[in-house]
Write a protein that binds this ligand. Structure first.
Ligand code: DGL
Length: 281
């Protein structure tokens, strides 16, 4: 798909997870300008209470839209989307594309009718997930592992650390060794971070499993929405800054984040987003 001009979009996650969607966007629409915002101050989202998370996401995305003025926002985080998509769509007028566990896709392709999902513990317990199962794969047995560790392991893999295979296998066992787990033929990635663990899953998981990563489909959906909703500006705005990478808290000392995001087009390093916590008085 090609777009006749270069709009700016905002991709949001708690950490590096949304970069799998960015990667897909880069190959589909190289001229797109992307701002990335990672709420690293509150990572991991999967371990936060729902009320804290919901208020935070709505405030942060609202401020980011004011500050960065995107044409479209991608909530490239299942934990955030399954909690805050409806309220974000109510509050903001621009198009918002979310990211939800690929239950519908798994239901379409599974032949054994037993599907697996790897997700954060927050996504695993959400009513949103139950609803997806009922609506789109009710005839499948759904087994879920809500992991406390995989997102952090993905952060480490993204920064080039070699993970211990036993550590990954232990997480996979939590899904595959559940009763009925030997019938799973399809596993959906219900957390965007796991894109960066896919090579481990494919190498260390049982043969014959189909691993479903929704990142390319989310990127395609965003480009479709962008095409539907944005009017071409009269002339290119040459003063607009190029792709920017924001964090809400700086990386720990010794983490050379800048070198790991440059290959995704963020060649100007990272900066801290000027988030203003809402005053409660
Ligand atoms: N990347 C996020 C998701 O898709 C969550 C990771 C976290 O726990 O912060 O769910």
């Amino acid at each position: 798909m090609s777009t006749p001009f270069s709009p700016r979009i905002l991709v949001f996650d708690s950490g590096i997870g949304g970069l799998g969607v960015v990667q897909a966007l880069r190959s589909l629409a190289p001229s797109l300008t992307i701002d990335y915002l990672a709420d690293t101050a509150l990572f991991p989202y999967g371990e936060q209470p729902d009320d804290v998370l919901q208020e935070r996401i709505v405030e942060l995305i609202s401020q980011a839209c004011e500050e960065l003025n995107p044409s479209l926002v991608i909530i490239a985080c299942n934990t955030a989307s399954t909690l805050a998509l409806p309220i974000l769509r109510e509050r903001l007028t621009l198009p918002i594309v979310g990211c939800v566990p690929p239950i519908r896709w798994a239901g379409r392709v599974s032949t054994t009718r037993t599907i697996g999902l790897l997700a954060t513990s927050a996504t695993a317990r959400r009513p949103y997930l139950k609803q997806l199962h009922e609506d789109f794969a009710a005839d499948c047995q759904l087994l879920v592992h809500g992991s406390r560790h995989l997102a952090n392991m993905a952060e480490r893999a993204f920064r080039g650390e070699q993970l211990d295979p036993a550590e990954v296998q232990q997480e996979l066992a939590c899904l595959l060794q559940q009763p009925g787990g030997n019938r799973i033929d399809t596993v959906g990635l219900g957390c965007t971070h796991y894109t960066f663990l896919m090579p481990y899953f494919q190498r260390l998981g049982p043969t014959g499993i189909m691993w479903l990563d929704p990142a390319p489909a989310v990127a395609q959906q965003a480009l479709r929405r962008l095409g539907d909703s944005v009017e071409a500006p009269p002339a290119a705005d040459l003063s607009a800054p190029s792709d920017r990478f924001y964090l809400t808290a700086p990386p720990s000392e010794g983490q050379d984040l800048a070198s790991h995001i440059a290959w995704l087009g963020f060649t100007n390093g990272w900066q801290v987003f000027p988030y203003r916590a809402r005053s409660t008085v």
